[in-house]
Design a binder for this molecule. Structure first.
Ligand code: ZN
Length: 325
């Protein structure tokens, strides 16, 4: 069975300039696409990732300058962990401290699971309170690291490679884990406390989903500082159709296919309420601008191109270039 590892995680954040300063300037991810929310072209949609924006490397953000604050709770991906090589942990502790990013001390997580757990994590929050972690994973050490525009502040060897995994907070943990383990091809690696770990065997990035049973906890609210959805990889339109049929047969209600320009998407709520997406690996981010210039200018899908001037004028200004240091 094909395993559908994480393709991207999408979150809602605050002011656009501050989002760039943090994800590019502090975390050193590449802005691989500067576009608008296709469902609300009055707002930006930023995609951060590795050099090419490979599936699994992507963390994407809708910046809502005056949006209401989200609330972490049941029915949400409460934390996104980003993967770094184990040898890079010291570098990142120094860098977070140098940029005055408050963080917890490094801790081992799910160490009882042996090869399927035992990563070291450093948890912190972005400027809008989004819960993030850096997680060490030897599987990502050989993946190429992105170094921003010749800036040596983050050597390629220490670069964040992409998404390690997410922690879902749900009331229906059995249902959420069952969907991943069943049609989506994940393997149940074990449990510790109220958390069940599922892994996508064979994937280097986006390979961990921790499902935490938070029965009785308050419900999540979408808003600034919260994850909006988690997308999973499908190879192409045929694979997407097959997996959509399989999850539908398992009882979820999926949307029609939506054209996201860089991939095709289907959405559904998993048991427990977290919004999932099935995103195709292609065509990718070089479909409308050269790889060397990804993220440098505003890209719009064909349906908005005729309104470019009005759309661009209504978007928040990004006059400063990302600090990159
Ligand atoms: Zn998405």
């Amino acid at each position: 069975m094909t395993v559908h590892a994480i393709h991207h995680v999408t979150a809602i954040s605050g002011e656009a300039r501050r989002v760039l300063d943090f994800y590019v300037g502090v975390l050193g991810m590449r802005l691989v696409k500067r576009t608008v929310n296709f469902d609300d072209p009055g707002a930006y949609h930023f995609y951060f990732g590795d050099e090419a924006g490979s599936p699994g490397s992507l963390f994407t953000v809708f910046p809502w300058a005056n949006g209401r604050k989200g609330r972490v709770g049941a029915g949400q991906a409460a934390e996104t962990a980003l993967a770094i090589p184990p040898a890079s942990l010291g570098f990142w502790l120094d860098r977070l401290a140098a940029h005055r990013v408050a963080h917890e001390l490094p801790a081992r997580r799910l160490a009882t699971l042996g090869a399927d757990g035992g990563e070291t994590v450093v948890t912190f929050a972005d400027p809008d309170g989004m819960r993030l972690a850096l997680a060490t994973d030897p599987r990502v050490a050989d993946l190429p690291g992105w170094t921003a525009g010749g800036d040596a502040a983050i050597p390629a060897e220490h670069a964040i490679r992409g998404v390690f995994g997410v922690t879902l907070w749900v009331e229906d943990a059995a249902g959420a884990a069952g969907l991943l383990e069943g049609p989506m091809g994940w393997r149940r690696a074990g449990a510790e406390g109220t958390t069940t770990r599922l892994v996508a065997d064979g994937a280097a990035l986006g390979r961990v989903v921790d499902v935490r049973d938070v029965r009785g906890f308050w419900g999540a609210a979408d808003g600034v500082g919260s994850v909006h959805h988690v997308a999973f990889r499908v190879a192409d339109a045929d694979a997407q159709r097959a997996l959509t049929d399989a999850v539908t047969a398992a009882g979820v209600h999926a949307t029609a296919v939506r054209d996201r320009q860089y991939f095709q998407s289907v959405y559904f709520r998993a048991p427990g309420g977290v919004l999932f997406e099935l995103a195709t690996d292609g065509p990718g981010f070089a479909v409308d601008e050269p790889l060397s210039a990804l993220g440098e200018s505003l890209r719009l899908p064909p349906q908005f191109e005729a309104h470019r001037e009005a759309i661009a004028a209504a978007l928040p200004t990004l006059e400063r270039e990302p600090a990159g240091a």
